[in-house]
Design a protein around this ligand. Structure first.
Ligand code: GDG
Length: 749
């Protein structure tokens, strides 16, 4: 079976451009060019590995009826599974050069003064998104996974959701998401946000873009969200920060094995022997900071005459979006600056800037990356920046220096680079000078840390994680989670309790019987809670259990004296029956050897997160981050779980997200298992109630009969039938039960 026929559905990639661009070749017909740019570079290897299809615009809008043109596109479809969306020229102009690149692009890159909005551009943007939708619908099969890319297609998730409500849709934004005050300047901002929210899973490069998005949905649509999800129209949208990686081998293999690349590298080395090579590689775009870089280089040469003759800057700039006036002006500005600087400093045997204003082949690019002593990657604003990672990948055992703008998304995960503010030309020049002077060993050390990370967090890891998270988010939506639990009808519950001859109550502790405290040891129950439980347990018709993640010591010290109460500690790994008053292990052969391996991982996260702590129990280790910065805590918890999932894959251990906790414990220590062991306590209970606030309680809800009263405390997604707002409401309910039990026994007596 080929990957295309994967039973889990194919991957359908949708992006503005395909990896191929269609070009007219004089009168003789049509030419297929390879597209450059981050997206094609990143997605190509993923799709080759997973199989699937790619839908995008061919880049050409002329003459759709032309037979030779049609033939070329047919060949793309048959050979590559690339399907072209036809967009009429006028629509394409408004969509691509208009709203996408003169409204969204400048605003999302924090250049509001360059924003140019025309209502007809917006119409074209919508129209183009509809055309993408139609082509996707033409190819979509049940079970397929649709992965929509980038700012040109922000309406598509919702358009697809309307047409196919159960479609599995993910969206990745490759450019920054601006801060909410800037986003609010955007004409048609509401529609754009709504468009994105059609997805099941929405991911950005960095945590701060995600924060900006959440701030915007809150301010503009009034939608509150958690770090990792947002509820809209009875549906949950999973949110994430997932910086893209590169396919390092596409570069390292060229350098290790490709004769042409190796030859080029050696030629270049000989040519620049004795000189330090600084390298810039960018699309010719005002966000990339090319004029600022050239001016900084000029400053460097002016203030440090010793460098003259000893450094060269090789700047590769690939022209793009040339019909937009801003881009033409930029091209002129860069041409002039290069001319001026070379004019000012060149000598008969040295030219300071080698300027290449066109795309170069991958072999040449890899040779340049390997050659350069310093990569000068200083965008004024950049979603991520792949060039930074590509350079690092080519510096195996190298002593190269990465000078990186703090305004590139990549800066958030490349701390060993020399981070600069590209607007501060003076300090950037100083940093470059200092970096070049550093001993090779120091440079190598910093580079080696970066190198390892770029190889590990590669584009395949990124793609796998995106798709796994998307599948999970879509399954959760389609699964048996009730859309929104109803508020508990308290009177009916009390009446049902009163009428039942036998009842069973299963109650979680933290967040359910008592509110959360900052530190677990502070959530001590008030005396009246023990009394309340004692009153309920005293009624022989009621079997009552506290089913908690807490240790047996905690439960015993608080409720040990309560007669008739079942205690299930550590999610049921160990239980005490009110008859024997002895704690019994669920798995008597259990050992806790695993803690030695898992502890250092949790400790690493504890060190990174001020205010967090580790709790050790008999059967589990728990990282608590309630005291940490809330957003940062959630972010790290996601990171931690994903690290642990890989580490624990072949063991019986699992990592669980709780309320501000990540807990590692054996999979069998699970509240769902408690029920079987309790059933002999009230074998004929007609009234069964379970209350909990946490994901661990969902295991119990899932095991109960349909007529059970399952109550979620709080407002998260749940399997429970009902909800109550907080622990006070639950205790009020239990007090009513206690009173109802008393009335009944008085009546009976
Ligand atoms: C967007 C976001 C984000 C460049 N010149 C040549 C060439 N390239 C390749 C590079 C690199 C890619 O183009 C450029 O990627 P960047 O990440 O630097 O920038 P964008 O095109 O603006 O990409 C960006 C990215 O999406 C991915 O999410 O990082 O922030 O703006 O791969 O190697 N390739 C060849 N010759 C060239 O002359 N062969």
């Amino acid at each position: 079976m080929s990957a295309n026929e994967n039973t889990d559905g194919r991957l359908v990639v949708v992006s503005n451009r395909l990896p191929f661009t269609l070009k007219r070749a004089g009168d003789s017909g049509w030419r297929t060019d390879r597209s450059t740019g981050g997206l094609a570079t990143a997605m190509g290897p993923i799709l080759r590995r997973t199989g699937g299809i790619w839908i995008g615009w061919s880049g050409d809008s002329s003459d759709p009826q032309d037979e030779r043109r049609q033939k070329t596109l047919k060949r793309w479809a048959e050979r590559e599974r690339y399907f072209a969306v036809d967009i009429p020229a006028e629509t394409a102009a408004g969509f691509y050069e208009g709203y996408s690149n003169q409204t969204l692009w400048p605003l999302f890159h924090q250049f509001p003064s360059l924003l140019n909005f025309k209502p007809e551009h917006w119409q074209a943007y919508r129209e183009a998104n509809l055309r993408f939708r139609d082509v996707v619908l033409e190819h979509l099969r049940p079970g397929d996974i649709v992965w929509v890319h980038d700012y040109q297609l922000m309406l598509l998730p919702e358009l697809l959701r309307e047409a196919v409500p159960d479609a599995r849709i993910g969206f990745f934004l490759h450019i920054p998401f601006p801060s909410s005050p800037i986003f609010r300047l955007l004409p048609r901002r509401e529609e754009l946000l709504q468009g994105l929210l059609g997805a099941d899973y929405l991911a950005f490069h960095t945590y701060s873009y995600l924060q900006h998005f959440r701030a915007s949905t809150l301010r503009i649509l009034g939608l509150d969200s958690r770090m990792d999800r947002l509820e809209v129209g009875g549906r949950s949208v999973r949110l994430d920060a997932l910086p893209i990686g590169i396919a390092p081998r596409e570069f390292t293999e060229l350098l290790a094995r490709d004769a042409e690349t190796i030859k080029r590298r050696d030629e270049l080395r000989a040519r620049f022997d004795g000189r330090r090579v600084l390298l810039g590689v960018d699309r010719l775009d005002y966000t990339k900071g090319i004029p600022e870089r050239l001016r900084t280089f000029r400053r460097l040469l002016r203030q440090t005459p010793d460098l003259r003759g000893h450094v060269v800057l090789i700047q590769v700039a690939v022209p793009s979006r040339e019909v937009i006036p801003m881009y033409k002006e930029l091209r002129q500005e860069v041409d002039e600056l290069v001319g001026k600087i070379n004019g000012e400093f060149s000598t008969p045997d040295w030219t300071p800037i080698t300027y290449i204003r066109r795309g170069i082949p991958p072999t040449e690019l890899a040779a340049l990356y390997a050659l350069a002593d310093l990569a000068w990657v200083t965008p004024l604003r950049d979603g991520l920046n792949l060039v930074a990672k590509e350079y690092v990948a080519c510096q195996q055992d190298g002593a190269g220096v990465l000078v990186l703008s703090e305004f590139a998304g990549a800066a958030s995960e490349m701390g060993e680079a020399f981070l600069v503010n590209p607007y501060d030309e003076e300090r950037t020049a100083e940093t470059i000078e200092r970096a070049l002077e550093l001993p090779a060993d120091t440079r190598r050390e910093r580079m080696s840390a970066l190198h390892k990370r770029v190889l590990r967090n590669n584009v395949f890891a990124w793609g796998d994680r995106f798709l796994a998270n998307l599948r999970e988010a879509a399954n959760e939506r389609a699964g048996n989670f009730s859309e929104k639990p109803q508020a508990l009808p308290v009177e009916s519950a009390v009446a049902a309790f009163q009428q039942a001859a036998q009842r069973r109550l299963l109650l979680d502790y933290d967040g359910t019987l008592v509110p959360y405290a900052n530190r677990p040891q502070d959530a001590v129950p008030p005396a009246e809670l023990a009394e309340l439980l004692a009153t309920l347990a005293a009624d022989p018709a009621t079997a009552i259990a506290v089913v908690s993640g807490r240790s047996r010591h905690d439960l015993e010290s608080w409720f040990g004296e309560v007669k008739g109460l079942w205690l299930a500690a550590e999610h049921g790994a160990i239980m005490r029956s009110p008859e024997t008053m002895r704690w019994e292990l669920y798995r008597p052969d259990y050992t806790s050897d695993w803690k030695e391996q898992v502890s250092p991982v949790l400790e690493h996260f504890m060190d990174r997160t001020p205010g967090s702590l580790i709790e050790e129990k008999e059967f589990s280790l728990v990282w608590h981050y309630r005291m940490a910065d809330p957003e940062f805590g959630e972010w790290l918890a996601n990171e931690l779980v994903s690290n642990l999932e890989q580490m624990l894959a072949d063991t019986e251990l699992r990592a669980y997200r709780g309320q501000k906790t990540v807990e590692v414990k054996p999979g069998w220590a699970n509240k769902g298992e408690v029920l079987a062991r309790l059933s002999h306590s009230a074998p004929h209970a007609e009234f069964c109630l379970a209350a909990g606030d946490d994901r661990t309680d969902e295991d119990l809800f899932a095991r109960l009969r349909e007529d059970a009263w399952t109550i979620h405390i709080g407002d998260r997604h749940t399997r429970a039938q009902y909800c109550l707002a907080n622990s006070h409401e639950l205790r009020r309910l239990l007090t009513r039960f206690a009173a109802a039990g008393r009335t009944e026994s008085r009546t009976a007596g």
